[in-house]
Design a protein. Structure first.
Length: 259
């Protein structure tokens, strides 16, 4: 997993589609209908009766019927061409199967690295109203991490790097160590988009709803918008990030429903 972009809050952003993919002509839609079919212990998406595969030619099978139905809906929603940029759940699943499954430890380490420079640990020096808003949104998450993960993180006003306690980062790694590839892939998306492993983990663990985690991750952006007004391009970018964020959240919801 790589950090290819920067989010508006200055933290690493969500992985982006490589430039070669954005320049490549989109394939034409080659099927009429997407459906769900039970296969073995899971559920596959079929296009006119044929199962789909990842770009790496691996069969796509997910644990629940609802998850597969959501993937099928992305395929059904395609128009004349198939545009992967409009299929965030499919991209998460493809990434999990093709990349994360064989690199889980590396992905865990990358999420822990985000925790080492976590958004919620870097505070504004002024104005006081923004300082208070950050504290209101982020201090409860840090208290939760200390209580539930046994991870105590340091704070700093300004942007100078913080050397977080190795014990705190190890606690994050332990929490993620046994996760399956799909969950890790979704968590990595939440982390890179928000700039915060702690917000992502708190959402995964049910401490924050998706809306609460999103609002906490965009405190600075919201403040800037209130001070300087709306920017159409910035808001379109934020909407795309939110769609990716919500897709990752839905992925975790589908995986929880396994029981």
């Amino acid at each position: 997993m790589t950090r290819d972009g920067d989010s508006a809050n200055g933290k690493p952003g969500a992985p982006k589609i490589p430039a070669k993919d954005t320049l490549r002509p989109l394939p034409k839609r080659f099927y009429k209908h997407a459906a769900v079919e039970q296969r073995g212990g899971g559920f596959a998406v079929t296009l006119d009766g044929r199962g789909i595969c990842t770009p790496g030619k691996r069969e796509v099978v997910v644990p629940t019927a609802d998850f597969a139905a959501a993937l099928a809906a992305e395929w059904d929603a395609q128009g004349e061409h198939v545009d992967p940029r409009t299929m965030p759940l499919t991209r998460i699943v493809n990434s999990a199967i093709d990349a994360v499954e064989t690199r889980k430890r590396e992905v865990v380490d990358d999420i822990a690295a985000f925790a080492g420079s976590d958004l919620v640990c870097y505070r504004a020096e002024s104005p006081d109203a923004l300082v208070r808003r950050q504290a209101d949104a982020w201090n409860p998450v840090l208290a939760w991490a200390k209580r539930e993960l046994g991870a105590a993180f340091e704070l700093r006003a300004g942007l100078m790097p913080i050397d977080q306690p190795p014990e705190a980062l190890d606690a994050v790694r332990r929490k993620l160590a046994d996760l399956d590839a799909l969950s890790l892939s979704a968590l990595h998306v939440l982390t890179t988009i928000s700039g915060s492993a702690l917000l992502a983990i708190a959402h995964w663990q049910g401490e924050l709803s998706a809306d609460e985690a999103w609002r906490a991750s965009t405190v600075d952006e919201t403040w800037q918008r209130e001070q300087w007004g709306h920017d159409v391009e910035a808001e379109a970018h934020a909407a795309r990030r939110r769609a990716e964020f919500d897709a990752a959240s839905r992925c975790l919801d589908y995986l929880r429903s396994r029981g």
